[in-house]
Design a protein around this ligand. Structure first.
Ligand SMILES: Cc1cc2nc3c(=O)[nH]c(=O)nc-3n(C[C@H](O)[C@H](O)[C@H](O)COP(=O)(O)OP(=O)(O)OC[C@H]3O[C@@H](n4cnc5c(N)ncnc54)[C@H](O)[C@@H]3O)c2cc1C
Length: 414
């Protein structure tokens, strides 16, 4: 039997549930499919940034968070720590929140279901017939076939929807991988540690220790793997990081619970985010911030943008959505992906630079670093850090305009 919908949303993570919520509230007939039964876990640092906090408020969605926080500490290879302040924004909040994903994703999905989206548990195995003039067909593992006028692919970094529809050029994607576990600790403020993998040579990623539910913290380590998917051994790297946290007094125990990991697809490069009747959102579109790995807020943003494009212009949704993504992310992506590549390709220079930036005399760079790294320049309140961040953004974008990733990005969004 074939069921027919206005929109089939594949994946009920933050991107898919946000899209389904907006569509269902507007009266669309929406199927919200996921291979998992909820609540389900998702490997994550569980930190939702200031843009995400504002988005949830705008959507009027309440989630069971585990507290909030504003500033963040960055530690350099020599142990120096720099405080990155969280400024209030014009378009985002002055703080982030801790969102253990088992609860957060279930709450967001529940909001979409309450708005009228129809839940379907099943793995989408193939999407076919993505042409301009007839509905799209989806096959699921349960042998069920669904047709929909439009499809939102929100099925994560390894998106089946994206691959099925020929939207992903795997070799051009900018990949990362991260591993996390929970540990007993009271962590007052999120900490990101930029480490050397051997003296003077930076590790191609970072370790983190983030607050969690009372008495529990989230510890993890992530790497950028460039355009390939070769992950260095992360378990020993995480164990070494935990040892280091014990020597600095940030952790008492070395016992980390079960480790889970996941891919990060970053910088919007290597994926065409929409064509004909299929729109990709969140990780499926490669929206993770290449500099610090944040993906929840971009997932919600893109889910909302895709839903609005569908509601406003159903016959031209792909074009409208690509333009909206371009308006929102092009400026940041145009410098962030090339910058990440440059840092990874020059591990010695990066180690020297990070050491310098995390020493006491350079404390004043914290505000600028915070805005640049966290993609908070657009919508920032006027202050010297914003001016400096704007100048650096446009200088970096000009320098990297001819880089391979900047050119791939242009092709993807065109
Ligand atoms: C270890 C780690 C730490 C991270 N830490 C942070 C952090 O602290 N803050 C932050 O902002 N971001 C973080 N990220 C990134 C963040 O987790 C993602 O960007 C975010 O989850 C993207 O949301 P999404 O809805 O696009 O995809 P997902 O959350 O991955 O949801 C995709 C959904 O699709 C379903 N699905 C997949 N394939 C199919 C299929 N074929 N058929 C049906 N359903 C399918 C899955 O079951 C899943 O529910 C981290 C990532 C990792 C790996």
């Amino acid at each position: 039997m074939t069921a027919t919908y206005d929109v089939a949303v594949v994946g009920a993570g933050p991107a898919g549930s946000s899209a389904a919520l907006v569509l269902a509230r507007a009266g669309a007939r929406v199927a919200l499919l996921d291979k998992a039964s909820f609540p389900r876990d998702k490997a994550c640092g569980d930190l939702l940034g200031p843009r995400g906090v504002r988005l949830l408020a705008d959507l009027d969605v309440k989630v069971r968070d585990a507290g909030s926080g504003s500033d963040m500490l960055v530690q350099g290879p020599s142990g120096g720590r720099l405080r990155l302040p969280a400024y209030p924004g014009l378009t985002y909040a002055d703080h982030g929140v801790i969102v253990p994903r088992t609860r957060f994703d279930a709450d967001l999905r529940e909001a979409a279901l309450e708005a009228g989206a129809e839940p379907i548990i099943g793995r989408v195995t193939r999407v076919s017939g993505n042409v301009a003039d007839r509905p799209v067909e989806l096959d699921t593992s349960a042998g069920r076939r669904i047709t929909a006028a439009l499809v939102v692919g929100a099925d994560g970094a390894l998106s089946t929807v994206g691959k099925s529809c020929g939207l992903v050029d795997d070799g051009n994607v900018l990949w990362g991988f991260a591993l996390r576990g929970y540990v007993t600790a009271d962590v007052p403020i999120p900490l990101i540690a930029l480490l050397d993998q051997r003296p003077g040579v930076i590790f191609p990623g970072y370790g983190w220790l983030f607050p969690g539910d009372a008495g529990c913290a989230n510890v993890g380590i992530g790497v950028g793997t460039g355009h390939g998917r070769n992950v260095p051994p992360l378990r020993p790297a995480l164990a070494a990081f935990v040892d280091r946290l014990r020597t600095t007094g940030d952790l008492e125990t070395a016992e980390v619970g079960r480790l889970t990991g996941g891919w990060l697809k970053m910088g919007l490069v290597g994926t065409v985010p929409a064509r004909n009747r299929v729109l990709l959102v969140g990780d499926a579109a490669g929206l993770v911030n290449p500099l610090q790995g944040e993906g929840i807020a971009p997932a919600i943003t893109s889910g909302v943008l895709a839903a609005r494009a569908i509601l406003d212009a159903p016959a031209a949704a792909a074009e409208v959505y690509r333009a909206a993504l371009s308006d929102t992310y092009r400026r940041f992506a145009a410098f962030a992906a090339p910058l990440q590549a440059t840092l990874l390709n020059h591990p010695r220079l990066t180690s020297v630079g990070v050491r310098a930036l995390t020493t006491r005399p350079l404390r004043f760079v914290g505000g600028t670093w915070s805005l640049l790294w966290n993609d908070l320049v657009d919508g920032a309140t006027p202050r010297p850090a914003r001016t400096a961040a704007r100048i650096l953004t446009s200088a970096a974008a000009r320098v990297s305009a001819r880089s391979v990733s900047a050119q791939i990005l242009e092709r993807s969004l065109r």
